[in-house]
Ligand binder design. Structure first.
Ligand SMILES: [Mg+2]
Length: 373
């Protein structure tokens, strides 16, 4: 029998906003639902096969500082409202102790959750969703992964960083992640001429770590990550003692392969993107992830090099990228400043990519009448 997967879901700061005054939800005027939680959690409940388990610490519940008759009316209202949207919980666990009590029942302790530790559940396929580090620690203690309602992973220890599958304050991203999965790829391409390592997270935050040995090329590739909101690591050891050709070409090929692999079956994506950014230059990159590589290149450069990259290699970069990612690129650039012109093209590519890879799980179909892309 297939083992059940579980979403262990925190309450305060996750389903409802944690009252900033005293972190105690004991009055209706303090109640506010987390934005997007209804639509997305209802979708997850309906479409995916997770058990829903609420796990919440309610410090001192039942004492004079937090009487039960101030807790239950609001809690019951929250549960009833969620249930009305189809969001029901299989079990609810409330710990009432204070942090200084150090009880094993209090998150991140697992003593309330022993029923899930018997081997009958698929914990590696389960998640804790919560807003505190203790929620991520609970995931580690249960042997599952965490979805951290937090803006980024900064502040986590390396061990917890490995447990944290997603850090976001956006419930749309959580539903997207659980329903459609991650869009990440790693390509390591080694030839006699180059050693190219690329890791790409299409749904990242624009974090870049790029070293190709060519400063100007690094600067251009960084535009793709930053302006495309993709996490991009690129490490290249190329035969620069010969010239820049193989380094630029092979990086483009590996990046194209990475994009193709990360996008997978391409269901739900926008498919098309375009952009017209400007400085003194007008740069335009239109793209289509339609599966057929093609490059239209309308950009000429008067200088032979920009920084340490020969300008003839720009055409070659986009041709190789288009071939490997199987995308149609139509690129135009006009203007006076050569640095601005090519930087504008890379930025436009980034913005076009960002538009084209945007995914809609509520319309999770192939954007094609052919049935494949
Ligand atoms: Mg919380």
């Amino acid at each position: 029998m297939k083992k059940k997967k579980v979403l262990f879901i925190d309450r305060d700061g996750t389903l409802v906003i944690e009252p900033p005054v005293d972190y105690q939800l004991d009055a209706f005027e303090k109640l506010e639902f987390y934005p997007g939680v209804m639509r997305n959690l209802a979708f997850i409940r309906r479409k995916l096969d997770f058990e829903f388990v609420m796990v919440t610490n309610q410090d001192g519940l039942g004492t004079s500082a937090f009487p039960e008759d101030t807790f239950w009316p609001v809690h019951d209202f929250v549960m009833k409202t969620l249930a009305g949207e189809g969001i029901t919980f299989d079990r609810v666990f409330i710990d009432r102790s204070y942090p200084e009590d150090n009880l094993p029942t209090r998150k991140p302790g697992t003593a309330m959750l022993t029923d899930y530790l018997t081997g009958d559940y698929d914990l590696s396929g389960s998640f804790v969703i919560g807003d505190r580090i203790t929620d991520v620690e609970l995931a580690a203690n249960l042997g599952c992964r965490a979805i951290w309602l937090h803006d980024g992973c900064e502040g986590l220890s390396p061990e917890l960083d490995g447990v944290c599958a997603l850090a976001t304050t956006d419930w749309d991203r959580i539903a997207d992640f659980l329903f459609a999965g991650e869009r990440k790829a790693i390509v390591h391409r080694v030839t006699k001429e180059t050693d190219v390592y690329i890791s790409l997270n299409v749904d990242g935050r624009g974090l870049c770590d790029i070293d190709t040995g060519l400063g100007f090329f690094d600067h251009m590739l960084e535009q793709i990550g930053k302006h495309g909101s993709m996490d991009l690591t690129i490490k290249v050891k190329g035969d620069l003692h010969v010239d820049e050709h193989h380094t630029v070409e092979d990086t483009a090929l590996a990046l194209g392969e990475c994009l193709l692999e990360a996008l997978g079956d391409k269901r739900g994506i926008e498919r098309y993107g375009y952009c017209l950014p400007m400085d003194d230059c007008l740069c335009q990159v239109a793209l289509d992830f339609g599966g057929r590589p093609w490059l239209v290149w309308n950009a000429t450069f008067r200088r032979e090099r920009i920084g340490d990259v020969p300008t003839e290699m720009f055409f070659h970069f986009f041709k190789s990228l288009s071939d490997a990612a199987r995308m149609n690129l139509n690129i135009r650039a006009e203007g006076d400043n050569e640095h601005h012109k090519i930087e504008g093209v890379f930025k436009a590519l980034a913005r076009a990519l960002k538009m084209a890879v945007r995914r809609d799980i509520y319309n999770y179909t192939l954007p094609s009448t052919k049935g494949c892309l």
